[in-house]
Unconditional design. Structure first.
Length: 277
């Protein structure tokens, strides 16, 4: 399993750093990674961190409390001020309902307190003298251990469907997901809505948009028409519409906002606001 890094739209490690670590393999059905951001901002400075979130619950310990954060449909934004840290774990899609019961389609964006003093104390001890990432991982593995016996066939199926939507670039339509897992449209829609809060179409779109934002940051010379084709879009217009609707600005504007402008900007629609919308 790879570490999840593609969701952050504006990673800025000059003001905030994030350490990540996978958990032991026996927790593969429950959690993807531990993550620990630390920040120290000058007085009066704020740092907004927009994120294209994964279809999964994050549990984080910060300021003496543990909270489960359910994903949002669009872009999630965390605003940092002053100095501090948080220590969290990104759960697998199927594991969220084991921690936060209920219909997750009705819980999107919810922040649910986790009453676990032992977890909070263990994380605080791991951070007391500076980051001890091994101790943070150990604390979350201890917290997750009672959930191992609750992983069932449905949990594994949800994880498998979400993995396929995220990693298999040959899957470009919900129907291909239904056929891959031999489920009816109705069955898969209901399963995913209940367990993760999102539809199969959303999962495929999220993979595309995360990959698009990542490549625009890492490959500023990539032509947007080429990127749209690589992502499986019928044309650049559909890609631009999807990206703009979710991210809040078309891909050309997003690229300019990062301070990168390729030599071929005029031909791929990044040259003017009118062309990039």
């Amino acid at each position: 399993m790879t570490l999840a890094r593609k969701g952050m739209l504006r990673p800025d490690e000059s003001l905030a750093t994030v350490a990540r670590r996978e958990l032991d393999a026996r927790f593969a059905d429950l959690a993807r990674q531990v993550w620990v951001p630390q920040w120290r901002l000058p007085d009066g400075v704020t740092l907004d961190q927009p994120v294209l979130q994964y279809p999964a619950v994050n549990v984080a310990v910060e300021a003496g409390a543990a909270v489960a954060y359910l994903p949002v449909d669009g872009v999630g934004v965390r605003t940092l001020t002053g100095s501090g840290w948080a220590a969290g774990v990104l759960l697998r899609p199927g594991a969220g309902a084991l921690v936060v019961p209920g219909d997750h389609a009705e819980l999107l964006g919810a922040e649910v307190p986790i009453a676990d003093d032992a977890l909070v104390s263990s994380i605080a001890a791991a951070m007391a003298g500076g980051l001890d990432l091994d101790a943070v991982v150990a604390a979350y593995e201890t917290w997750l251990t009672p959930l191992l016996d609750r992983v069932d066939d449905e949990t594994e199926l949800v994880n498998a469907v979400c993995d396929a939507a995220e990693h298999d670039t040959t899957i470009t339509t919900p129907r291909e997901l239904y056929e891959r897992f031999d489920l009816s449209e109705r069955s898969m829609q209901r399963l995913l809505k209940r367990r993760v809060g999102f539809s199969p179409r959303w999962l495929i779109q999220r993979r595309r948009l995360q990959e698009a934002a990542f490549r625009i940051r890492e490959e500023p010379e990539v032509a947007l028409a080429e990127l749209a084709a690589d992502l499986g879009y019928a044309d650049q217009a559909h890609f631009t519409r999807d990206f703009g609707k979710v991210v809040g600005q078309p891909p050309g504007d997003y690229r300019r906002s990062l301070g990168v402008l390729p030599a071929h900007a005029a031909r791929d629609g990044a040259g003017t606001p009118a062309q990039s919308s």
